[in-house]
Design a protein. Structure first.
Length: 449
């Protein structure tokens, strides 16, 4: 079909012969690609997390309970996870300029429609569609990060991009919670949705596909950095078939499976604290809604710092090994989850500090597990590998929706925390065998293959 061809990967063009022009163009495009991805993914978070700050309004205005809202959270997680998997395979052969931009426009439209609705069935339909269109955001970023930034610098670039999650997550309480408080919960959906429609148009204007589609050499040739599975000549680069990418470089890798199982548990914890902390603080500790929403700002600010530290340390101190930082950060997440549970009522500073530290430690492995998977699979299978992990991760996120909501409703917040702490411990357990995995010198599967 013609529209699929239009959405396909941009073809390579005649290489630029002038090395000075190559140098100038590469520097300019790397920064343009980076800031476009950064702000684009930040906007994706506006429409992924808008619902969190409409929860109190849905409870008070429409009479829904925690289990009902948990169903919606689980629907989004499952549809988003499935979309990441399917669109991850498509994303390795799709122009990120259009995939990321069109997805952002569609998720904005769906948020606006959600705001016009009142029935649980329509909420479920629109939130499921939102999850599907949210899955258009990550695969283009995985493709761009592995094609424009080479292995020995990628941890720093990837972690710098990853804080777009946190800025989006930190700004959405200020936007959606403020709008919902001032004008009603529906405006907490309208305003983020409208912003994302504009953001999608920005992405279509700014983004491009691979360096070779602009007449530039591959990033490995440009930086003389031939790590892992990469070839040394731009002309040798071939697109992998869907079967090759999925089976040869993802499903047959024991390392990928360990990362995926750990990712599931990490996402249970991440989504549990991200989605349910404001309601916990309101119901159990007597916070006002806007005060409780501020906890997510601290959660995301902690995540911003944690992502940067994990990426920088993995490049500079661990020489490109991602495993040690994943283990250290997941263990820190376990400790901080216990600390937050232990804070008594009346200590807002300790509540916010605990949430900050949970964000710091959860976003380390949230970012580094995806990076590790992209590097140990294949440059041409990066979106497929991270899409597969994303699917497994959002099964975990779905478990933090209805199941954890039901646990909190029936057995209380104590069992909510016990479940979250158990998941943090399991994530640490499954990450331990990945400590020594490295892409360098073609040894990406040396320890687990």
């Amino acid at each position: 079909m013609s529209w699929l061809k239009w959405m396909g990967a941009a073809p390579y063009i005649e290489p630029i012969g002038d090395q000075k022009v190559v140098e100038m163009e590469y520097k300019a495009w790397r920064w343009r690609i980076f800031y476009s991805m950064f702000f684009g993914y930040m906007f994706y978070y506006f429409t992924r997390k808008s619902f969190t700050f409409s929860m109190p309004g849905l409870i008070s205005d429409l009479g829904y309970d925690k289990a009902d809202l948990g169903i919606l959270a689980s629907i989004l997680s499952l549809s988003y996870g499935a979309s990441k998997f399917v669109n991850g395979m498509i994303g390795d052969r799709t122009n990120p300029r259009y995939m990321m931009g069109i997805g952002l426009i569609l998720t904005g439209i769906v948020n606006v429609f959600f705001g016009f609705s009142s029935s649980l069935i329509l909420f479920a339909i629109f939130w499921g569609l939102n999850g599907w269109f949210q899955g258009f955001g990550w695969p283009p970023c995985a493709r761009l990060l592995t094609h424009w930034y080479s292995q020995n610098e990628r941890g720093s670039w990837w972690s710098s991009w990853n804080i777009s999650h946190n800025l989006g997550g930190a700004l959405i309480p200020l936007i959606a919670a403020w709008a919902a408080t001032q004008f009603g919960w529906r405006y907490g959906m309208y305003i983020p949705g409208s912003l994302c429609i504009v953001g999608g148009l920005f992405l279509i204007n700014r983004l491009r596909d691979t360096p070779q589609s602009l007449g530039l050499p591959s990033i490995e040739v440009y930086r003389q950095d031939f790590g892992g599975h990469q070839v040394h000549n731009s002309l040798e680069e071939k697109e992998l078939s869907t079967r090759q990418a999925l089976f040869e470089y993802v499903l047959k890798s024991p390392a990928i499976w360990l990362l995926a199982i750990a990712y599931l548990f990490i996402y249970v914890v991440r989504q549990a604290f991200n989605d349910w902390t404001p309601l916990y603080l309101i119901e159990f500790k007597g916070y006002q809604p806007f005060e409780a929403s501020q906890s997510i700002f601290y959660f995301e600010m902690g995540g911003l710092l944690g992502s940067l530290v994990a990426g920088w340390f993995s490049d500079k101190l661990m020489r490109g090994k991602r495993g040690p930082m994943n283990v250290i950060f997941s263990f820190g997440l376990l400790i901080c989850s216990i600390a937050f549970w232990s804070v008594p009522q009346g200590y807002a500073f300790l509540d916010y500090l605990s949430v900050f530290m949970i964000g710091f430690f959860v976003f380390g492995p949230q970012m580094m597990i995806g990076l590790a998977a992209a590097e140990i699979s294949h440059k041409k299978a990066a979106a497929t590998a991270t899409g597969f992990l994303g699917f497994v991760a959002y099964v975990g996120a779905a478990l933090s929706g209805y199941p954890l909501g039901k646990i909190a409703q029936v057995w209380g917040w104590e069992w909510f925390f016990i479940s979250s702490i158990f998941c943090a411990a399991m994530a640490t357990f499954f990450l331990l065998p990945t400590w020594n995995i490295s892409q360098k010198k073609g040894q990406s599967l040396k320890y687990l293959r």
